[in-house]
Design a protein around this ligand. Structure first.
Ligand code: DND
Length: 231
């Protein structure tokens, strides 16, 4: 088993995502990686304004943050960070800024591992400041049904060969679930039970996310939180 702990530094997994909504594919991946790499914890980082998506196509950051909290609450090794959600004034929330933030936060006393799926890692050369990103943070790329990582070495090796030793590939149990699939099922009025934790399912239904149906019951939120959702 590969163990990420070295020099008595903490090993922290960072799982960035739009999480619209978070589902079992994300959770199983994070837990498998945590165990395989001996991570001390995994911090989920819901995107504020994902750089690669139009804001109008994505649910409000506060909804995605709250669903992520609900989904991770039963795992003592999982935490959720508001660092990107609170960067509301930024037009786009870039991963490089998040990694710089965590470097500063841990004052160099932690090794950071950014956890991604195969589709995300194959796009990394389009990410902001990817060369710096690949040099200050390790990446753990989970293979996901339908995506091949055989191109990874070729894609990144050509541009940034030194980064390859900072990228780990890990196989995780097949889970062909996607947020798009869940959103489509909700909009068609179909069940999403067992695709995401029950609390997330209930949150989606109560708040009328992903459908034109009237919300069954709106989650009572503080006025501050409501303002954030309306932003
Ligand atoms: P997604 O929109 O793919 O997230 O964003 C992933 C991360 O990339 C976010 O933190 C973004 O901010 C960052 N990003 C993207 C583009 C540019 C830049 C940064 C930049 O800084 O320039 P999803 O919610 O769709 O998925 C979250 C993660 O989970 C992804 O890595 C995805 O590949 C993975 N995933 C699965 N893994 C295993 N089994 C499944 C999965 N479904 C999604 N079924």
């Amino acid at each position: 088993m590969l163990h990420a702990n070295s020099e008595e530094k903490q090993s922290i997994g960072l799982m960035g995502g739009t999480f619209d909504p978070i589902h079992l594919g994300h959770l199983v991946t994070a837990e498998e990686v945590r165990i395989k790499f001996g991570l001390d914890k995994v911090i989920f980082v819901p995107s504020g304004h994902p750089p690669h998506k139009e804001a109008k196509d994505v649910s409000a950051p506060e909804h995605r943050y709250l669903m992520t909290v609900l989904a991770t609450i039963t795992n003592p090794y999982f935490n959720v960070s508001r660092v990107e959600v609170d960067r509301m004034q930024a037009e786009r929330t870039y991963t490089i800024e998040t990694i710089r933030f965590f470097h500063q936060y841990y004052e160099g006393k932690a090794n950071l591992f950014f956890i991604t799926g195969a589709d995300a890692i194959l796009e990394i050369l389009s990410w902001k400041d990817y060369q710096e990103l690949l040099s200050i943070c390790s990446f753990i790329a989970a293979t996901r049904p339908g995506y091949s990582l055989s191109k990874l070495e070729e894609t990144i090796g050509e541009v940034c060969p030194e980064a390859l030793c900072n990228i780990y590939v890990v196989e995780i149990p097949a889970m062909a679930i996607s947020s798009t699939f869940i959103r489509n099922r909700v909009s068609e009025g179909k069940s999403i039970k067992y695709l995401t934790p029950e609390a997330v399912t209930q949150y989606i239904l109560k708040n009328g996310l992903y459908s034109d149906a009237k919300p069954q019951y709106k989650t009572p939120l503080s006025s501050d939180t409501k303002n954030r959702i309306l932003k």
